[in-house]
Design a protein around this ligand. Structure first.
Ligand SMILES: Cc1cc2nc3c(=O)[nH]c(=O)nc-3n(C[C@H](O)[C@H](O)[C@H](O)COP(=O)(O)O)c2cc1C
Length: 186
């Protein structure tokens, strides 16, 4: 198996959980925390397989992940994947990653979205999940991670369409479209 590097960013642990679960499923995968790399003048990947795991922030990729992607030399990478965790809104960050990678003559071969609940108590209607809800979420996430594992190990091209954003979570199409223009400029 070619060397796999999983670069992760996690504010409150959801994406770290996912990164660790992926590491268990991919032989000899190495976990690398994005935040501790950012001070380096040059960041250079070593793996033939390179993955990013991070949360959705303001409908797109967190600023630190963007800085990391812009700064990093991905010459070693032959297969690149991304996994994002989110509360449930629309996510437009894979296009952003594609744009950055394209400038480095690379592409995002596979990407996945995992709904893991909101860690930010500010939105209206936020409620802390019960232990039961967390257990259920864990089951769903682990099933999905088994599928993701197969795709990565077979180096398949798999770009999941974002069709399941959770309207009940407080998604408002009008506010969202304004946010998209402000945050992403689309
Ligand atoms: C500053 C901030 C912005 C967020 N923006 C979004 C968002 O736009 N859409 C969404 O679905 N979730 C959003 N979330 C929720 C997180 O993406 C989600 O809870 C994620 O699983 C947290 O992962 P982490 O524990 O690895 O940080 C946001 C969280 C924070 C802290």
């Amino acid at each position: 198996m070619d060397k796999t590097e999983i670069y992760y960013f996690s504010g409150t642990g959801n994406s770290l959980y996912v990164a660790k679960e992926l590491q268990k499923r991919i032989p000899e995968a190495e976990l690398l925390p994005i935040v501790s790399l950012l001070d380096q003048d040059v960041i250079k990947t070593n793996g033939k397989n390179v993955g990013f795991v991070f949360p959705v922030h303001a409908l797109t990729i967190p600023i630190v992940v963007k800085r990391f992607l812009k700064k990093t030399d991905f010459s070693s990478a032959e297969y690149i994947f991304a996994v994002t965790t989110r509360g449930g809104s629309i996510f437009r960050g894979f296009e952003e990653i594609e744009r950055i990678l394209k400038k480095k003559s690379k592409r995002l071969d596979a990407h996945f979205i995992l709904n893991m609940g909101m860690n930010d108590p500010k939105p209206k209607g936020y409620k802390c999940p019960t232990s039961d809800e967390i257990l259920k979420m864990e089951l769903v996430i682990n099933e999905k991670l088994d599928l993701i594992q197969k795709i990565i190990l077979n180096k398949e091209v798999s770009r999941e369409e974002d069709s399941e954003y959770l309207i009940e979570f407080g998604y408002n199409p009008v506010i969202n479209s304004i946010l998209e223009k402000l945050v992403i400029g689309v």
